[in-house]
Structure formats: structure tokens, C-alpha cells
Design a binder for this molecule. Structure first.
Ligand code: GLN
Length: 461
């Protein structure tokens, strides 16, 4: 049963929201001690909400499209009265004073928010090991990292602790953990979803997006969260399509007429066993009728340096409010090593005398990358390839910063160019999931959703 079918069962009173919630509560109580996906669970509040939904359904009153769905939220998104710690000691006592726009929308559609998920401190990382609250474990690949920075949200889905989860993606933080945990994660077009209420990592790159174990869940949560928001001036005015109806309509469809572009450099940069799995997925897509062409992306070498330079500068600026006077503690005195590194780097690069040397150059490189990625997309419907170039390491392995950054090689270009991108499971290598990344032109999320739904169905049959 997929998420869409489950919402129907609840509306038809074949499953109650309370029963759905209790099943998840039991799993959370059993598994969270070891997995550490949730930092905070609000069972009582969730129970009240589930009862209220069941009552309304019994009374024949209208309920929202997420009625009864149990949802985990990354700890950098504001939920009223929940702890918005960003997994940092700096904010460990900070309670959300309002609901982020995406949270308001989820509540309006009767989603049940069960709690806050673990993450890399301030979303700065790719492994969820830098959390002040300890690492999250990968339920799909025991002993390994779940990826990051939204590792708690991805692990919660992979461990069956909730129906849906929300994360944020600045350079891959939704797609990377989705890939390592064997589920689906979607980073929308920059501006397609409001960022109001999201703690910034790098505001010109950050996007909020959904996690689910099937494409109908992604579609439902994405269409709920997307749309223009007057409280976020970077949000786009666009007509949000009904993604969930596309999933049901495309489940049986072929990929005839769909042109897929494989970027040579993305393949070359990835480990052989990952490439093999991706090629296997490509074969299936060809069988489904897709046309596959090879493309070349000339600025691959610029991507990571450009991304990190911009992120350091924007993050440094965003952290100036954590001065210990208004709320939380002074960040420099309380954060972990990686966050401190970024504050120092950001402060250094931001000095006036260096602006032409580093930041301006990074902005120029960003324009080049954006132009080139949009050029590649001109002749194809989707770019397709691996999400992450290597497999997740074992928890506890110490990585040099640059080795950690290397996990982001294939994901940052979508953020730098603002395009939508998702990761879905392509296969496994020695029981470790490997993700397939699909990217499309700005606001063409529906092309990704349709292809994803068709591919999912092909794999089932
Ligand atoms: N891994 C990247 C970083 O450390 C991206 C993180 C993210 O997308 N939030 O900055």
C-alpha cells in the first residue's frame, strides 16, 4: 500500500489515524534508542490530533489531504513549542515560537507532526555525525552513516518510524541521505517552497523538501508545501500542479518520448560498483521507452569549491545572530569543529580586501555553472546519474573535511543552479543502497515525479 492509498483508507474509515499513529509510536519506542533518528517526540500532542481527525471523519466533516499521516520534521524548521536545536548545543533550549510556512500548510492538511529529527549541526555536513546529540544510524545499512545533513529524517522513513518527513537541502542534504538510506528525497526548484521558518545554512541555496518511501508520498507532501509565500521574498509565484494525481496516472506509463541525459563526468567521478547499478537502471528506462544521450559538463571541477566558498560566506553571516544575547548561547563557544571551521573561513573570506579574490570569483563561477547546467537541460527532459559518488562510510571512521565534502560532488550543481532534483533507490551494493538522481529544468518538478512514478511501477511488476 502506498501513501496515497493509505490516506484513502483513513478517509474511508478502514484504518483510523489513531491506529496509524500507534503503530509508528511502537516502532519509535522500539528503535529510536539505537537509530537516533528523532531528537524529540511529542506523542501526546500527536494522539490528540489523531483523535480529532478520526472524530471529524466519523462526523462526515471534511479533512485535509494529509489526514492521519505521521510526519517527522528536521530540527532546523520552526514548529511552535518544539525544540528547534539544529542539533547544536547553541540552540538546545530554543523552542519554536511560531510555525514555519511549510508547517502551517502541513497542519492545515491535517498532517500529524510527531517530532523533530536529528541532523548535522546547523545542516553543515553529509553524515549526521556532527550532531550534538550523537550520530544517527543507517537503518538500511547497519553500522554505516545515513548520510546528511537530514540524516534523521531519512532514517526515520527507512526505519518505518513515520509516513513522511521533511528536510532541507543546500548542497545535497535531502538527496544524499535518501540515497544512502534507500528511500526517496526531493529538492524542489529554488523558491518553489517557502523557506520562511528555516534556519539558514546558505540562504541563496537552501530549499525545504519531502522524504517518503514511495513517489505518491513525495507528491502529496510536495504539493502541500509548495507555492508562493509573501513572507519569503525569494519564493516563486507558480501554479502548483497536482503531483499526486500524476503519480496515479503515471504508474502504468512508459517512458516513451522521454529524453534522458547522462553526464559523462558524473559517471566518471563515481565508484565503479555505483556506476554499474546506475547503468542497470538506465537499461530498465530504455526498456521502458526512454531515449538516453550522453552529455558533457565542463565545469564539474569548479562545483565543490564554488559551493563551499558561497556556503561559508552566507553561513558566517547567518550565524551572527547567535551572539548569546537574544536566544541560545554564543555559537563560537558552543558549536562543534565543523561549524567553527565554517565560521572562521566565512569570516576570513568575507573580509573586504579578499572579496575580489574569493567571493566575487565564486559568484562568477556560480553563473557559469548555472548557465552550463541549463544548457545541458535544453535538449533533454531530465539529467540522470548517481546521487552520491561513493558509498556511506562506517560510523566512527574519521574523515578529513575535504573527503566529507566530496560526498556532495554530484548534488551541489542543482543548488548552485536552482533546479529541482531528487534521489530514488537504484539498487544495492553489498546490501548498501545506491541512489539514482534525476534533475530537471526550473519548475519542471512534474517531469521528475512522472518518471519516478513510472520507474517505481516498472520495478514492482
Ligand atoms: N554537505 C553540504 C555541506 O556540508 C551540504 C549540506 C546541506 O545540504 N545542508 O554544506
Amino acid at each position: 500500500m502506498n501513501i496515497l492509498e493509505k490516506t484513502e483508507l483513513i478517509k474511508n474509515q478502514e484504518l483510523s489515524a489513531s491506529e496509524n499513529l500507534e503503530r509508528f509510536s511502537t516502532i519509535i519506542n522500539q528503535k529510536n534508542k539505537n537509530i537516533n533518528a528523532f531528537l524529540e517526540v511529542h506523542e501526546e500532542q500527536a494522539r490528540e490530533k489523531a483523535l480529532e481527525i478520526d472524530q471529524r471523519i466519523k462526523n462526515g466533516q471534511k479533512v485535509g489531504k494529509l489526514a492521519g499521516m505521521v510526519i517527522g520534521i528536521k530540527s532546523n524548521i520552526s514548529v511552535e513549542d518544539f525544540t528547534i536545536s539544529a542539533a547544536s548545543k547553541t540552540l538546545k533550549n530554543y523552542l519554536g515560537s511560531y510555525d514555519a510556512t511549510v508547517i502551517q500548510k502541513i497542519k492545515k492538511e491535517d498532517g500529524i507532526i510527531i517530532g523533530m529529527t536529528n541532523m548535522d549541526e546547523f545542516a553543515a555536513g553529509s553524515s549526521t555525525e556532527s550532531s550534538y546529540y550523537g550520530p544517527t544510524h543507517n537503518p538500511a545499512a547497519p553500522g554505516h552513516i545515513p548520510g546528511g545533513s537530514s540524516g534523521g529524517s531519512a532514517a526515520a522513513i527507512a526505519a518505518g518510524m513515520c509516513d513522511l518527513a521533511v528536510g532541507s537541502d543546500t548542497g545535497g542534504s535531502i538527496r544524499n541521505p535518501a540515497s544512502h538510506c534507500g528511500i526517496i528525497g526531493f529538492k524542489p526548484t529554488y523558491g518553489a517552497v517557502s523557506r520562511q521558518g528555516l534556519l539558514d545554512l546558505a540562504m541563496s541555496l537552501d530549499q525545504i523538501g519531502p522524504f517518503a518511501s514511495d513517489s505518491s508520498g513525495i507528491a502529496l507532501l510536495l504539493e502541500t508545501m509548495a507555492g508562493e509565500d509573501l513572507y519569503d521574498c525569494t519564493s516563486l509565484k507558480w501554479e502548483v500542479p497536482s503531483f499526486s494525481s500524476m503519480v496515479s496516472e503515471n504508474a502504468g506509463q512508459s517512458l516513451r518520448g522521454v529524453k534522458l541525459g547522462v553526464v559523462k563526468q558524473f559517471q566518471e567521478a563515481s565508484d565503479d560498483h555505483i556506476v554499474k547499478i546506475i547503468e542497470n537502471s538506465l537499461d530498465k528506462m530504455k526498456e521502458m521507452g526512454a531515449e538516453v544521450v550522453e552529455l558533457s559538463f565542463d565545469y564539474m571541477d569548479l562545483c565543490l569549491a564554488t559551493f563551499y566558498l558561497i556556503t561559508f560566506v552566507e553561513f558566517f553571516s547567518a550565524t551572527r545572530k547567535y551572539d548569546g544575547r537574544k536566544y541560545g548561547f554564543k555559537i563560537e563557544d558552543n558549536c562543534g569543529e565543523e561549524v567553527l571551521r565554517r565560521i572562521f573561513m566565512g569570516s576570513y573570506i568575507s573580509q573586504k580586501e579578499f572579496s575580489g579574490k574569493y567571493y566575487k570569483k565564486a559568484l562568477q563561477a556560480r553563473s557559469l555553472i548555472k548557465k552550463e547546467i541549463n544548457n545541458l537541460l535544453k535538449d533533454v527532459d531530465l539529467l540522470i546519474g548517481p546521487t552520491v559518488p561513493k558509498l556511506p562510510h562506517k560510523i566512527g571512521t574519521v574523515l578529513e573535511p575535504l573527503d566529507m565534502y566530496a560526498y556532495d560532488l554530484l548534488t551541489v550543481s542543482a543548488n548552485l543552479s536552482g533546479i529541482p532534483a531528487c534521489s530514488l533507490k537504484a539498487g544495492e551494493f553489498k546490501k548498501i543502497p545506491v541512489g539514482l538522481q534525476l534533475q530537471a529544468k526550473p519548475l519542471e518538478e512534474e517531469k521528475i515525479i512522472k518518471a519516478m512514478a513510472a520507474y517505481e511501477n516498472f520495478n514492482k511488476s
